[in-house]
Design a protein around this ligand. Sequence first.
Ligand SMILES: NC(=O)c1ccc[n+]([C@@H]2O[C@H](COP(=O)([O-])OP(=O)(O)OC[C@H]3O[C@@H](n4cnc5c(N)ncnc54)[C@H](O)[C@@H]3O)[C@@H](O)[C@H]2O)c1
Length: 248
Amino acid sequence: MPRFSGKVALITGGASGIGRATAELLAREGARVVIADRCREEGDALAARLRHDHGDALFIESDVACPASVESLVVRTMHEYGRIDCAINNAGLSETPIDMIDAPDEQWERLMSVNLRGVWLSMQHEIRAMLATGGAIVNVSSRTGLVGKPRLAIYTAGKHGVLGLTRSAAVDYARHGIRINAVCPGLVRTPFVETKYGDRLPALAHSMNPLGRIGEPEEIAECIAWLCSDAASFVVGVALPVDGGAVA
Ligand SMILES: NC(=O)c1ccc[n+]([C@@H]2O[C@H](COP(=O)([O-])OP(=O)(O)OC[C@H]3O[C@@H](n4cnc5c(N)ncnc54)[C@H](O)[C@@H]3O)[C@@H](O)[C@H]2O)c1
């Protein structure tokens, strides 16, 4: 029996990178996946492929920075499938490196509205939906949620905030049968970093961690799936580095 057979998994930012790899893995392992993303074209195409390969998947165009959009995402998922067993709050934006004292207010608003408020809004609705059945939530923070990083103050603050939300929600809702954890990826090969670092990526990846290489989205997806699975039934409120040893 596949480990997510009969389960419903909701993945924000599911159309690309880490979210996409997670959607593919969970679908392969039997879950009905709901891909939530701002990018309609990629999201629709992925859902169609997963439906073809594995039987069931749905794309819902959504913006995690918009309260009404997050509410309607969860309402529609409940309407279609009647439950949410796993929620992966992964949608995020990268920051153009800048000295903190030069960063405009607009940059704070844009990043925090997606990277922190988006996780908060998503968890509020997901937890309400899970109260009757229990479930597992995995928030995607970052290595930068655990340590400071030069010239990325807003991104760093947002990802630290995700861990604060994760731990608070974890202790509040464990007794309702909802396990809430976070992963903290290091440098991972996705459009997010390919756009940001371009040609500098291979050299940067080599110096970034003890393994001396970049991570692949599938390596993060495996850890997310494990945290969602019954194999992690006693794991609550952790911030799991998945970074080739960078934080160590
Ligand atoms: N790639 C890395 O090296 C790395 C490292 C640490 C943490 N992360 C985190 O992993 C997560 C996924 O990043 P990725 O590297 O896969 O990036 P990505 O750009 O490949 O994917 C992010 C997805 O989120 C979607 N998205 C962005 N804003 C959204 C919004 N407001 N509402 C809904 N969807 C939205 C995008 O459309 C995209 O499909 C992010 O939270 C990021 O901070 C990435």
